[in-house]
Design a protein around this ligand. Structure first.
Ligand code: DHB
Length: 385
């Protein structure tokens, strides 16, 4: 959706197809932390009005361990950058409205999608929509269809190198009708495992804790979830999340994954179709946004000047950022979770890591500059903004 709007702003035609319904993508709660650069991009694209009104800007965050919360003032450490809490589904909602206003094609609930002749100059997409088969002849295909989409598996085996790491835990997440009891996020390392306090609005709290990877959500009653949240998050000064009605609950597995290169012929992979990060640090959505900014610039260069250099550089440019975000997400995950195979030495070292992180200005600055987002790979101007 973001790429479609960037292309529209550059007067480049596109067709967007999505296999879910409009209601599903608008309602399904997913990530919620936007880097400073993602916020700036939405505003520069003219789709940031509601984000500016309803997004919750956070200048800092807390790291909690041994029953104490430690504040990290990201804005002060980064010269004024912050993150904004605004649900991914809200971003999607705004982009759908912007798309519909342009009158450009957007199909929901498509089925039987396949791609063909991807390594030729006229790749094709076939899909079924409301009982009719559509065949699109394209210049390019952007595979923005997520980890389980069809784009990546359509690439001949052996062409891509896959890098993967799975973690011995998942996150149990809830959305609760409860006013957030902290204005900023709290990442907690507890003897019983990781926990995270977040929010979606002044009335809705979003919380997570570490569970075994195959945990069945049916094993957790609402009362048991609250007991565990409170046990892990309550600090010595008495801070704890407000309890309320649980609106949604689910378990998310965790993995790190990169497929390289992010291009095959005239198909370009972007976002989760090419890479997955574990959720700690909230990089997934932001990486997808930076991929499509790089792709938009490359397509603009091609259509305006017939120049293919930027298309050829797409994968390398994106992967540099992807690997830094992989490293950061792996580090945040490793620092804050308990591992099944850890030794007493590992455990003490981990506590010392957190002690260092929350007491050294250099360490806090390193966290802050990565958390708010490293500088964009390409300028907004070069992507036609
Ligand atoms: C949220 C998710 C994250 O993975 C994270 O690191 C911070 C916040 C959230 O859903 O609010």
């Amino acid at each position: 959706m973001l790429l479609g709007h960037l292309l529209h702003l550059n007067r480049i035609d596109s067709v967007i197809i999505e296999n879910r319904s409009r209601e599903y993508v608008i309602e399904r709660v997913r990530a919620g932390v936007l880097e400073q650069g993602t916020v700036d991009l939405m505003i520069a694209m003219g789709v940031g009005e509601r984000l500016k009104r309803q997004g919750l800007r956070h200048d800092g965050l807390y790291i909690s361990f041994d029953g104490r919360r430690h504040h990290i003032n990201m804005a002060e450490l980064t010269g004024g950058s912050a993150i904004t809490v605004y649900g991914q589904n809200e971003v999607v909602k705004d982009l759908i409205e912007a798309r519909i206003e342009t009158g450009r094609p957007l199909y929901f609930e498509v089925e039987e999608v396949s791609v063909d002749a991807v390594d030729s100059s006229q790749p094709q997409i076939r899909f079924l929509h409301e009982g009719t088969v559509h065949e699109l002849g394209c210049d390019f295909i952007a595979g923005c269809d997520g980890f389980h989409g069809i784009s990546r598996p359509s690439i001949p085996s052996g062409f891509l190198t896959n890098y993967e790491r799975v973690y011995p835990f998942g996150w149990l997440g809830i959305l609760a009708e409860a006013a957030p009891s902290s204005e900023e996020l709290v990442y907690t390392y507890h003897e019983r495992g990781f926990a995270l306090f977040s929010m979606r609005s002044p009335k809705v709290t979003r919380l997570y804790f570490q569970v075994p990877p195959e945990e069945d959500i049916e094993n957790w009653s609402d009362d048991a979830i609250w007991d565990e949240m409170l046990e892990r998050m309550t600090t010595r000064d008495g801070w704890k999340p407000n309890v309320g009605l649980i609106l949604q609950k689910s378990v998310t597995p965790m993995r790190s994954f990169v497929a390289a290169p992010m291009r095959f012929g005239n198909m370009f992979l972007a976002g989760d179709s090419a890479h997955i990060v574990p959720p700690t640090g909230a990089k997934g959505l932001n990486l997808a946004a930076s991929d499509v900014l790089v792709l938009a610039r490359a397509l603009k260069e091609f259509y305006e000047r017939g120049n293919t250099t930027c298309l050829d550089q797409y994968s390398d440019i994106c992967l540099r950022r992807v690997w830094k975000a992989q490293r950061f997400s792996w580090w945040m995950t490793s620092s804050l979770h308990r591992f099944t195979d850890e030794s007493p030495f590992d455990h003490q070292r981990q506590i010392a890591d957190l002690d260092y992180l929350t007491s050294s200005r250099a360490a806090m600055t390193s966290l802050a500059e990565q958390y708010v987002g490293l500088p964009a790979e390409v300028s907004f101007q070069s992507a036609g903004l």
